[in-house]
Each structure stands twice: as structure tokens, then as C-alpha cells.
Design a protein around this ligand. Structure first.
Ligand code: BGC
Length: 731
């Protein structure tokens, strides 16, 4: 191992930077739409075709543009369709479900975020046309995106193009927009829409040009669909290129978003495609210099890790501290863009280590949401800040109480997580502490982080009930393993609560000693005094911690009494569904099968609680009982780290592959709903904390590598207290 050797981040096989597809499969189109999502940290667009396709799920989302719907649906409104381009050849509309598809190729360049598609298509009339599509969201600016379409034909054809903006979009059947205005001329179109319930104004604009031929241009469009249309005669062997430069601005970002979007689109047109690409490429280069992780000896591992990082980079709030990354990023309708513990526990760490400013934005989102968390605590009869299980624009709880059963949509299933999956408050505090430890960002901690940690601790102290056995218990909770809900004394919840309370004491002392002015202000604001701090320490000590014979911790009270399942059944390669689908909700709850690591999640986050052989003991017990293949997508990456810590990197590698394939191979048949963001962040953790074994301590950092046999080298950077560190681990 040579930690000081510099390395070339751009080195390596170009194939490890490119996601490709060389055939179109209509049955897999939703999966492909997710995989080919592009974006810039403000807006993302799924890989839906410019011309559309029957039953596609076209969608683009932008941070902060939330809309509410009756029956408590809060979600980001699908943006007016800005990437659409319709084409006709001799009067026949170009569409892949008509004519004959002669060749198809799609590729996403992860280095630049440019999505390309090449199509050779035989129109029903017999003309063979070559089409090239390119699109990107400008990574250097929150508001700009660009689409380019080139067409050529083997014989003279009359071509008509229509490029514009379309307000008639839906979120799986829900309509979020009213049209407030529109306009178009021969070179540009604009649209003013307003969300129906939250009243957010959105300005969308596009400047459209056509090069390579002489064309007639005209403004067009129906209600809510302003367009620019071109008609021209295309000679055989000539290429015509349509360029559409788009700007989208919301009323949250500008006083006059409509004028703002129009101006940005016209400026973009004046600058031109190449200038936009250059600005965007430069921003991407800077991002990859910080975020890339090189894996040598394993092309699949390398490509999937870069893909995961790409998906996080395009969804991460790079331009605002009022948004965070939802469980399915900005790439689909799944979980309605809500922010879960997935964010702090799985997605924030890669940013804390390599792009701290983005991690800070994500933690600041929680700070801005403190009012919602306080309301939730109050509504439950508690004090302090209780973060919601699912969070949207304001930080109030937005978890649905009932959802349709996935097998029988007529049945409703009660969802308990919003009521009782309370560990998220400690998960957020842990992310704050981890960010602080690696960045040394005292100013954030002083002004914001301490408040999150302290008011969260107050929630735990007020929710803990001292019982006659002298212990504080948390009853009727859900731990990370959601196959078992409404349990008592979940070890993960109890121990993280105790950790949070103890940590709050340390943070309070640090603030009082180092920033007495801020401490005076914050403790006055919160009404916090020494006796309450002392009481937190007492509660932490009193929280029930079950006796652990041989160091084996019971996941929750009564877990060991549940039916054990033959591990061979869990490992059956023929199984294609989750154990919960096989056994039913109540059936699986009666067994010891886990949806995802729970005690081992605790061991992952707080290893100091598992001294000596306790880690090996718990790993040996819980890992075989986990539904790795079809349970939660959050699990495999963590299982990979735990396997490394248990000295089994090859087993860890099998888990790593499960996480790596969560989206690129649609293992759970739900990638069409959006990227599994936690799995993507977990993949980085599996490599950096697992195989490379990076550990940051109070004294600095070190690595304890545990590479799979065929990996020859892992290299990455991270910022330690503002100083870039380069880590190279070699076999
Ligand atoms: C997992 C949770 C996760 C949620 C959102 C559930 O299936 O069990 O841990 O927070 O999905 O990804």
C-alpha cells in the first residue's frame, strides 16, 4: 500500500465510464428510462425518448417544486415536458412502435453526463432515416439543459419538426400544473405554469434553431403546448440539426421566473451548444476529480460504482441547502421523492468525504426542517425535535398511513413507519457528527449542527419511559428490519438513542467551552440547562440494553423466540421474490428472517459497542438470516462492509455485486420507479469503508484494506479537515 502515490483519475478503460444499450426493449423501457436519467444537481430528466413511446414514464423533476394533493400526497411535480422533439418524414410521424427499427444504440457518458441515441429507422413509406439525439443538463448552472437532434435520409424527404414545451404531464395520474401563460415565435417558446396547490410559478423556455438546411419556421402550439415548428426538404446525404436550448426557473429561485427562463434560453442560444457543453464539461471534470473512486481489476465493479456516483451527483442539491436527495433520487416517481434515513445514513457520507459543501447542503436541509420535526414531537406528546420518517418540503411527516398492497391493489396495507420508525432522529445526528469529524467544519457545528443534535436528544429523553425495572424502554417501534414492526426494545433504536443522548452531552460541552456566546444563545433559545443535560446522561445510562450471552445481541424483545428458517431456503437461487412476498406480512414477522441488517447495522455504525469477538458472533448469527437477495436494497452494501470486518472479503464481494446491480440489472423489478439512492451511496461505503477499510479517528485516518482477490488497486480522494488526502490501496 502506498498512500502518497498520486494517480490519474481519468485513467482506465473508457468502457468504465459509459453505460450503453444496443437494442430497444419496450418491455424494459421503464428500467432504461431510470438508468439513462441525467441531471445537474437541480433538475433531472429520465431517459424517456424525445418523441415518446406508448406507456412510457416520461418525467423530469426539479428540487423544491413540491405540490400537495388531497389525501396527503406531497411530491415533486413532474416538470412540463421540455426535452420533447416530434418529427415527421413525408408526413409520417417518427415513432419506434411504427415503421421498422433497423439499428438502435444509446449511451450515457458518465464523465460528461451527455446522453446519446443513434437510430436507423425505416419509415412506413420506405425512406430510411438516420437520427442522432443528444441531451445534457448543464452541470455548471441550475437552470439550463440542451437537446440536439440530427436527421439524414437515404432519399429526399419532406421533414417537419416540432420542438416546444408541454404542460400536459402527470405524476402517475395526478395533475399538478395549471397553465398561466404561454407564447412562441419562430425561434423560441415559453410557458408559465403554476402548481395547483402550493402555487409555485414555473417559467420554462426554449430557443430552437435548425442548421444544415433551409427551412420554414413557424410558431405553433395548442393550449399549454407552445412550439416552434420547422419544415424543409432534406436531400439524400445531407444532415439537418435541430438544437433546443432550454431554461427552467421556478418562482422559488427568481422573482420573475418567466422572464428569467426566457432570458436564460436566449443567452444560451447566443452562446451556443459548444459553449454550454464546455461549461458543463468543466464542472463535471471538477466534480469527478473529487468524487471518482478507481477500482482496478474489475470492470463491472468500476463501472457500477461510477454509475452510482453519477446518479448521486446529478440528484444531490448542489445549488441549494433547502433540498436533499429522496430515496429514489430525482429519477422516478417511487416514494414520491421523499427523504428517508437513506439520505443521512447512506448518501451523505460519500459527500461528507469528497464534496463536503454538498453534504453541508443536505444537512442544512434538515436544519431548515427543524420546525417540522418540533411539530412532530409535540404532536406525539414529546419535546425536542423528532424528525419525520419521510420528509418533503417542510419537514413535516409525509409518510402515507395506508398504501395499496403490491399484489392486490384493492387491499390496503397499514404503514407504521411514519408513526413509530423513530431511529431516524439519531441517524441524522450521526451523519452530522460524521460530517463534523471528517471536515472539521466547526462553523457548521456551532451554528447549525449542534442544534440538530441537541434538540434531537431532547426528543429521545422525553420519549424514553422509565419503567418499574429501572430501565428506560422504547416500546412499539420499527427498527431498520421492517419485516418486524411494532416491536419493543429494538437494539438498534435503543443503542442509537443512548449514543445520541451521550453525544449531545459532548456537543453541549464543546459548544460551551469553545463558543460560549453561541452556547448562551442556543441554550437560551432551547431553554436548555445543566440539569436537563445531566438528565440526558441518566436516561442514556438507563436505556435498556439486553444482556448479550456470548456477545450475541437480541434484535428486539422476543426475537429469539421466533421461528427460525432454514438458511438454505433463504439462499435458494431459484427464489425470485422477497421472503415477505413468500410468507406474507404476518408470516414473515413470525420468523427470524430479516429484511436488512439491523443488529449488524448497529455494529456497522457504532463498532465500539461490539468489542472482542462480539462482532464475529453477531455476524455469524444475523448474516445468514438476512434476505440479501430480495429484501431491502439498502442491505447488501452494508453486508459487504460487515463481511470485510469479519475477515471475509470474498463474501463481501458477493454482497457488493448485489448492491452494484440494484439498478443496472433490475434485480427487484422496481428500478423503473427510480434509482435506489441508498444502495448507490452504500456502494461507495462498501468500497471506501469496507474493502479499503478507511477509518477517520480523532487522531487522523488509516486504512485496513481487505480487497477481493481479483482487485489490484483502489484509489480515491477525500478531504480531511479541508486538506485533500489521496488514498491508494494495492493488492
Ligand atoms: C426500507 C427502508 C427504506 C425505504 C426507502 C424500505 O423498503 O426497508 O429502510 O428507508 O425502503 O428506501
Amino acid at each position: 500500500m502506498n498512500e502518497l502515490r498520486a494517480f490519474d483519475l481519468a485513467a482506465g478503460d473508457p468502457a468504465t465510464w459509459r453505460i450503453t444499450e444496443d437494442a430497444f426493449d419496450a418491455d424494459a423501457q421503464h428500467h432504461s428510462e431510470t438508468v439513462f436519467t441525467i441531471g445537474n444537481g437541480q433538475l433531472c430528466v429520465r431517459g424517456s425518448f424525445e418523441e415518446g413511446y406508448p406507456d412510457d414514464h416520461p418525467a423530469a423533476f426539479m428540487h423544491r417544486v413540491w405540490d400537495d394533493m388531497p389525501v396527503s400526497v406531497t411530491e415533486l411535480a413532474n416538470l412540463p415536458r421540455w426535452w420533447g422533439v416530434d418529427l415527421w418524414f413525408d408526413g409520417e410521424r417518427f415513432r419506434l412502435d411504427a415503421g421498422r427499427l433497423l439499428a438502435f444504440n444509446r449511451s450515457l457518458d458518465l464523465r460528461t453526463g451527455v446522453l446519446c441515441r443513434e437510430v436507423r429507422w425505416e419509415a412506413p413509406s420506405g425512406a430510411v432515416v438516420e437520427l442522432g439525439f443528444e441531451r445534457f443538463a448543464d452541470f455548471s448552472s441550475p437552470h439550463r439543459a440542451a437537446v440536439r437532434v440530427s436527421v439524414a435520409s437515404d432519399r429526399p424527404v419532406k421533414v417537419r419538426t416540432r420542438a416546444g414545451l408541454d404542460a400536459h404531464v402527470e405524476n402517475t395520474g395526478l395533475l399538478h400544473w395549471r397553465v398561466a401563460g404561454q407564447g412562441a415565435d419562430e425561434s423560441a417558446a415559453w410557458l408559465h405554469t403554476r402548481t395547483r396547490n402550493t402555487g409555485i410559478d414555473l417559467g420554462s423556455a426554449c430557443a430552437v434553431t435548425l442548421d444544415g438546411v433551409k427551412a420554414d419556421a413557424a410558431a405553433g402550439g395548442a393550449d399549454g403546448v407552445p412550439t416552434v415548428e420547422h419544415t424543409f426538404q432534406l436531400q439524400a446525404g445531407r444532415t439537418a440539426t435541430l438544437t433546443k436550448l432550454v431554461a427552467i426557473v421556478s418562482g422559488i429561485d427568481a422573482a420573475d421566473p418567466i422572464a428569467g427562463a426566457s432570458r436564460l434560453a436566449l443567452d444560451a442560444a447566443a452562446a451556443g451548444w459548444d459553449a454550454l457543453r464546455e461549461a458543463s464539461d468543466t464542472a463535471w471534470r471538477q466534480a469527478w476529480e473529487r468524487s471518482d473512486v478507481v477500482i482496478e481489476g474489475d470492470q463491472e465493479a468500476q463501472l457500477s460504482l461510477r454509475f452510482s456516483l453519477f446518479q448521486l451527483l446529478i440528484a444531490a442539491p448542489r445549488f441549494t441547502e433547502h433540498a436533499s436527495i429522496g430515496a429514489k433520487t430525482l429519477s422516478g416517481f417511487g416514494y414520491r421523492h421523499h427523504v428517508f434515513w437513506d439520505t443521512e445514513t447512506f448518501m451523505v457520507p460519500p459527500f461528507s468525504y469528497s464534496q463536503p459543501q454538498i453534504a453541508r447542503n443536505m444537512l442544512m436541509y434538515r436544519w431548515h426542517c427543524l420546525a417540522g420535526a418540533r411539530d412532530k414531537a409535540r404532536a406525539n406528546g414529546h419535546r425536542g425535535a423528532q424528525f419525520p420518517w419521510e420528509s418533503a418540503g417542510t419537514g413535516e411527516e409525509v409518510t402515507p398511513t395506508w398504501v395499496p398492497d403490491s399484489d392486490d391493489r384493492a387491499l390496503l396495507v397499514r404503514i407504521w413507519t411514519g408513526d413509530i420508525e423513530i431511529h431516524i432522529t439519531a441517524d441524522i445526528a450521526l451523519a452530522v457528527m460524521q460530517y463534523w469529524q471528517v471536515t472539521g467544519d466547526d462553523a457548521f457545528m456551532r451554528d447549525h449542527g449542534a442544534e440538530i443534535v441537541l434538540d434531537g436528544a431532547r426528543f429521545w429523553a422525553s420519549a424514553a419511559r422509565l419503567e418499574s425495572d429501572g430501565h428506560c424502554h422504547f416500546r412499539n417501534v420499527v427498527g431498520p428490519d421492517e419485516y418486524h414492526d411494532r416491536v419493543d426494545d429494538n437494539a438498534y433504536t435503543n443503542q442509537l438513542a443512548a449514543w445520541h443522548l451521550r453525544t449531545a452531552g459532548t456537543v453541549a460541552r464543546w459548544l460551551a467551552d469553545n463558543h460560549p456566546g453561541r452556547w448562551a444563545e442556543l441554550s437560551a433559545d432551547l431553554g436548555l440547562d445543566a440539569s436537563e443535560l445531566a438528565q440526558w446522561g441518566e436516561v442514556a445510562e438507563a436505556i435498556f440494553n439486553p444482556a448479550a450471552p456470548d456477545g450475541l445481541l437480541e434484535q428486539f424483545a422476543g426475537y429469539f423466540d421466533l421461528t427460525d428458517v432454514d438458511p438454505a431456503e433463504l439462499r435458494d437461487p431459484a427464489r425470485t421474490t422477497s421472503m415477505q412476498q413468500l410468507y406474507g406480512i404476518d408470516g414473515i414477522a413470525a420468523t427470524q428472517v430479516l429484511k436488512q441488517p439491523d443488529v449488524l447495522m448497529l455494529a456497522y455504525l457504532l463498532p465500539e459497542l461490539f468489542p472482542g469477538n462480539a462482532l464475529a458472533r453477531n455476524y455469524a448469527y444475523y448474516d445468514p438470516r438476512t434476505d440479501h437477495e430480495h429484501g431491502s436494497s439498502l442491505g447488501p452494501a452494508i453486508s459487504a462492509v460487515m463481511a470485510c470486518r469479519a475477515g471475509e472479503p470474498e463474501v463481501g464481494y458477493q454482497h457488493f455485486l448485489r448492491a452494484a446491480r440494484a439498478d443496472l440489472i433490475d434485480v427487484r423489478h422496481n428500478a423503473g420507479d427510480g434509482i435506489h439512492g441508498a444502495s448507490a451511496g452504500g456502494l461507495w461505503q462498501a468500497v471506501v469503508f469496507g474493502f479499503a477499510g478507511l477509518e477517520v479517528t480523532a487522531d487522523g485516518w488509516h486504512t485496513t484494506p481487505m480487497l477481493p482477490k481479483h482487485w489490484t488497486r483502489v484509489a480515491f480522494c477525500f478531504d480531511h479537515h479541508g486538506v485533500r488526502q489521496r488514498v491508494v490501496v494495492e493488492a
